[in-house]
Write a protein that binds this ligand. Structure first.
Ligand code: GDP
Ligand code: GDP
Length: 436
């Protein structure tokens, strides 16, 4: 779980350029989970040993010069609600614009740390020009940077990570799974949670003053002990209208980060939409367990093939990671809602399991013998030993004489072998090749 930094600002000031610089170095590591396409607007970054999530809020709105002021306001309001720290980017070339003023007016009242970032300060001469932006009245420090060449970003990040609020962890008991129900607006998340817990979450009162603003409520229902992660974003529905698609993704970020297993809910009547896939990928990228809930199944006209067809459609959309349980359910009629819970618990167990090294070697070395990695440059590649690493999410290291020669298809073969022989359903796993 990490802090969240949101980048706000009007179009063309250089937000996405700066965002790319922030997440670039981390991307290689984060994308170890094979085939997960990267989100252009959400990524992980690391500075001074602190990992954090970065959201380019601008990337989710129409990026044109005549973008409505209302749109920017929503973008900023959401960043304020969801992020721990806000970076407000302005452009030294363009000077102060009306939109910059409008954003400043909102940010001046915010209690979270706000950093005024003056971008496109590519040379020393422009450092002077940057001072113009003190007129925005956002405190006594601004940060001239060049997102393009990187200058100034180190000083900025030093201060940003120092400003992270302490993550106030609620006391959660180890070994009890934490579930988050995520999905686009109106898919039926609240209905499902209400049906499951018998508590109307809309009347749950806010707990004031917690920095994380995420609440883990513990339940003991139907023979299972679990936490449901609830975030401010999920509770305060009306505050920002959720008609713009990206809000559902942004709102999901914190809930996903808090959870062990994400119950990604989609609406059967709408099929699988791009936004559903984004949320699914967000869970994978955070290496969380996943269960797919196809809700409102009661509204579907069904025949003997419906489940099979729907499953195939889902697999096409979420490939290559298709080893995910799918539950066809109805929050309204309560059909299979307990099954959903049960499967979520199973995925948690799959995610927590440690495979014995001896068993792992027995199975995988046999698989390697059957299909050895292809020789490269006249050299044989020998895999000698396999072990599951002591990491919080399932990771496997295969020790080889020439690990650098092993290509992605072979890595996928190994991952498939692991999945075939052990139950990692719903769990992203990582496979590394190391030198021995
Ligand atoms: P966004 O709309 O705020 O995400 O802005 P972009 O990142 O797409 O950048 C808008 C334009 O500004 C592009 O043409 C970038 O190449 C340019 N740009 C971004 N950062 C810098 C910078 O640090 N210096 C200069 N000179 N140009 C930049
Ligand atoms: P949320 O925004 O994801 O929390 O969605 P809600 O729980 O507020 O549900 C949105 C709408 O869908 C409401 O009108 C619900 O009554 C309806 N709904 C939720 N689940 C089901 C379901 O399984 N079947 C049917 N027919 N309607 C549902």
């Amino acid at each position: 779980m990490s802090n969240i930094v949101a980048i706000v600002g009007r179009p063309n000031v250089g937000k996405s350029t700066f965002f790319n610089r922030l997440v670039e170095s981390r991307q290689a590591i984060v994308n170890e989970t094979a085939g997960v396409t990267r989100d252009r607007n959400y990524g992980k970054s690391l500075w001074n040993g602190k990992e954090f999530s970065v959201i380019d809020t601008g990337g989710y709105v129409v990026n044109s010069d005549d973008v409505f002021e209302g749109e920017i306001r929503k973008q900023v309001a959401l960043a304020i609600e969801e992020a721990d720290v806000i970076m407000f980017v302005v452009d030294v070339e363009g000077g102060i614009t009306d939109l910059d003023q409008a954003v400043s007016n909102i940010l001046r009242r915010v209690e979270k740390p706000v950093f005024l970032v003056v971008n496109k300060v590519d040379n020393n001469q422009r450092v002077m020009e940057a001072n113009e932006f003190y007129a925005l009245g956002l405190g006594d420090k601004l940060y001239p940077i060049s997102g393009m060449n990187g200058s100034g970003t180190g000083d900025l990040l030093d201060d940003v990570v120092a400003a992270f609020p302490k993550i106030e962890r609620e006391e959660v008991e180890e070994g009890i799974p934490r579930f988050a129900v995520v999905g686009r607006p109106n898919v039926g998340k609240s209905s499902f949670i209400n049906a499951l817990t018998g508590v109307d979450r809309n009347i749950v009162t806010d707990i004031a003053g917690t920095t994380r603003d995420a609440i883990n409520t513990r339940y003991n229902k139907y023979g299972h002990d679990f936490y449901l992660v609830d975030t401010a974003g999920l509770r305060k529905k009306a505050k920002v209208r959720e008609d713009v698609e990206f809000y559902s993704v942004l709102r999901s970020v914190r809930a996903i980060e808090e959870a062990d297993v994400c119950l990604v809910m989609i609406d059967a009547t709408r099929g699988v939409e791009a936004q559903d896939v984004n949320i699914f990928n967000l869970a994978l990228r955070n290496k969380k367990g996943v269960v797919l809930l196809v809700n409102k199944w009661d509204l579907m006209e069904k025949d003997n093939y419906s489940v099979k067809q729907f499953t195939e459609t889902i697999h096409e959309r979420i490939a290559p990671f298709t080893d995910v349980p799918i539950i066809f359910m109805s929050a309204m009629t309560k059909q299979r809602i307990f099954k959903a819970l049960e499967v979520a618990v199973e995925v948690y167990q799959n995610k927590s399991q440690r495979v014995k090294t001896s068993t792992l070697n027995e199975v995988l070395l046999a698989a390697v013998e059957k299909y050895p990695p292809p020789a490269l440059k006249g050299k044989f590649i020998k895999i000698k030993y396999v072990t599951q690493l002591p990491s919080p999410t399932p990771s496997f290291a295969l020790f080889a004489n020439l690990p650098q020669y092993i290509k992605d298809p072979y890595k996928r073969y190994i991952e498939n072998q692991i999945r075939e022989n052990f139950n990692f359903s719903g769990v992203p796993i990582q496979v590394f090749f190391r030198k021995k």
